[in-house]
Design a binder for this molecule. Structure first.
Ligand code: GTP
Ligand code: MG
Length: 264
């Protein structure tokens, strides 16, 4: 889908906050830049996935999901974080307007794919949070990157930020359930549920490790060690803070692998 070619009303729907309407032209332009940057990153990921099928005879990526943050969520986040509500402020302060979720088969696929992506010389890594090595207190695991990628416009080159979240299928399964429960208000057994979820996260983590071991046993073509060295990288801060993931409005999904018979 392309913002420029679809009716503006389709994109906004009932979601037309006043502040954005006042600057609709520049807002739409900025959104189209984010959309282009997402396409760039998706293409890079697809190229890597394709190449891996020759090198290792398998695809590291199961699914890629991408979403553009909804206007109402953008405004809500700007206000919540105390930033000015303007088009310039969006670009300056919010780094997750363009979001890509990469679902991999095994933990090592995450590190190998992320490493090969961030090594590319046109990509700037702005931030890297390894919640796999250092999970959140609730059990959340993923590798988060904020990247800047160049898009080439008629006016020249522009670097645009994209958030990329890498997860295994198992981590994604857990995060989806966790996300659903976050929106269930007034649970009288909330603490007990949180404890159970944490237990599930730990089981999932050890299962991911076991599955990884089994894969290595049945297939000796492992990744070169240099692709996995970030597995040991340090990330010590405490990330047990509030998060926002209410943006499932515009999701485009691509599936890979032999299961569904689709290729890139
Ligand atoms: P923001 O400024 O809101 O982006 O906060 P942050 O940068 O500290 O957030 P972080 O990078 O830790 O997480 C951002 C995204 O990760 C969220 O929007 C969610 O998609 C996902 N996420 C983070 N923590 C959790 C969690 O505990 N459960 C689930 N389901 N998703 C999470
Ligand atoms: Mg963030």
């Amino acid at each position: 889908m392309n913002i420029d070619s679809r009716e503006k009303s389709d994109f906004f729907g009932n979601d037309r906050p006043k502040i954005i309407l006042d600057n609709e032209e520049s807002f739409m332009k900025l959104m189209s830049h984010y959309e282009c940057a997402m396409m760039e990153v998706e293409t890079k990921l697809k190229v890597l996935n394709n190449e891996f099928s020759f090198l290792y005879e398998r695809n590291p990526i199961e699914t890629i999901k991408s979403r553009l943050k909804k206007p109402s969520s953008i405004i809500e986040k700007l206000k919540r974080k105390g930033f000015p509500v303007s088009v310039e402020s969006i670009e300056e302060n919010l780094f997750d307007i363009a979001g890509i979720r990469v679902i991999c088969s095994f933990p090592e696929d995450i590190y190998a794919t992320a490493e090969l992506l961030t090594q590319q010389d046109d990509i700037h890594v702005i931030e890297r949070k390894d919640y796999i090595l250092h999970p959140k207190a609730n059990g959340y695991r993923s590798l988060h990157l904020i990247l800047e990628v160049p898009i080439f416009l008629s006016t020249g080159k522009k670097f645009v930020k994209v958030e990329v979240q890498f997860r295994t299928i198992a981590m994604d399964f857990w995060a989806s359930l966790d996300h659903k429960l976050k929106y269930k208000k007034n649970l009288d057994n909330a603490d007990y549920i949180a404890q159970k979820l944490k237990e599930c996260a730990d089981i999932i983590s050890s299962m991911d490790k076991k599955m990884q071991e089994i894969r290595s046993m049945i297939d000796s073509r492992n990744y070169p060690a240099k692709l996995l060295e970030n597995v040991e990288s340090e990330w010590d801060d405490d990330y047990d803070d509030v998060y926002d993931d209410g943006d499932t409005g515009l999701y485009y999904e691509y599936r890979y692998g032999s299961d569904d018979g689709m290729s890139i």
